[in-house]
Design a protein around this ligand. Structure first.
Ligand code: C5P
Length: 293
């Protein structure tokens, strides 16, 4: 049987406010997640026996620390009917960048297994399995534009009529998500009573996204992680500035960073910005927002 090829789309955050900390250490948040065309590819082939053989081309471990393997385990634990799979993962999404690369791979694996398994589970059931793998994995199962709450797993679709070409760029090394949350904990005193709270920009950004007017959205894009990551990673600010110099309507860090996205009304400005960022020694990609994954 030919291998099934599935895309694992990266995400960016258009809004992200952390609102509390749970006793288990996870954080409550309110975030607008957006799928983008930058994607990894998984080729998944059903083979005899049981278990997963994963080829990552050596760019990351292929053991249980890999979310693709964790996804396969979680899927078969739920179905109770394991089968053998041979998986090739081609990475495009920058790692430890705040773009949900590992979560996207896990979600793509769940969708691929479900296809090979005669669509045993509904999308809602796949999301339940996904929530046990990681906070961003349920979003990556459904994709598009969603307002996410809880630790990220409570989702509602929202309208996004903003149009433009995206540039995503990363300067320097990755940022560990738990470390970034730790920085926020310090600044916001573990989000206990009396700590600072996030500015309430949510309703204006939702309205601006519905209107599709970039200039209206610009002041309302928000990412709380910028407050703690930008000071220790000045390159984040430099990349934002370069993007704006080249005509970005807005530029902001995604997730826990350090990736920065910029949105350009003019695609040729986006290409010029990408060239300038590459020339400055950063990694840079041109992509677009996608509603269907
Ligand atoms: O769920 P995931 O494995 O992607 O999360 C990685 C880490 O990020 C968690 O171990 C936790 O430290 C932190 N996290 C959090 N609150 C969230 C999501 C992630 O504290 N809502």
């Amino acid at each position: 049987m030919a291998a099934l090829r599935v895309k694992a789309n990266a995400k960016i955050n258009l809004y992200l406010a952390v609102t509390g900390k749970r006793p288990n250490g996870y954080h409550d948040l309110v975030t607008v997640m957006q799928s983008v065309s930058l994607a990894d590819t998984l080729s998944v082939e059903r083979v005899g026996g049981e278990g997963i053989s994963l080829d990552t081309g050596g760019v990351l471990p292929a053991d249980d620390s890999n979310l693709v393997c964790r996804a396969a385990k979680a899927y078969f634990a739920k179905s109770g009917m394991p089968f053998g799979v041979c998986v090739k993962l081609e990475k495009q999404i920058p790692m430890q960048a705040g773009m949900g690369g590992g979560s996207a791979d896990a979600a793509a694996m769940l969708r691929a297994l479900n296809e090979l398994d005669g669509r045993r589970f509904t999308e809602a059931e796949l999301c339940e399995i996904a929530a046990g793998i990681g906070a961003d994995v349920p979003f990556c199962v459904v994709g598009g534009t969603r307002l996410c709450r809880g630790i990220g797993e409570v989702m509602e679709p929202i309208e996004n009529r903003l149009r433009g070409t995206l540039v995503v760029a990363i300067g320097g090394e990755g940022v560990s998500t738990p470390v970034a949350f730790g920085e926020l904990d310090r600044k916001y005193r573990n989000f206990q009573e009396g700590g600072e709270s996030a500015p309430d920009h949510l309703l204006p950004i939702l309205a601006a996204m519905r209107s599709g007017i970039l200039t209206e959205a610009k002041p309302h894009f928000y990412n709380m992680f910028e407050e703690v990551i930008q000071p220790i990673r000045p390159v984040v600010g430099e990349i934002k500035e370069t993007m704006c110099d080249y005509g970005a309507s807005a530029a902001m860090m995604s997730g826990s960073g350090p990736s920065v996205w910029g949105i350009f009304a003019d695609a040729s400005d986006a290409e010029r910005a990408k060239a300038a960022l590459l020339a400055a020694g950063h990694r840079a990609y041109v992509c677009e927002m996608v509603e269907e994954i």
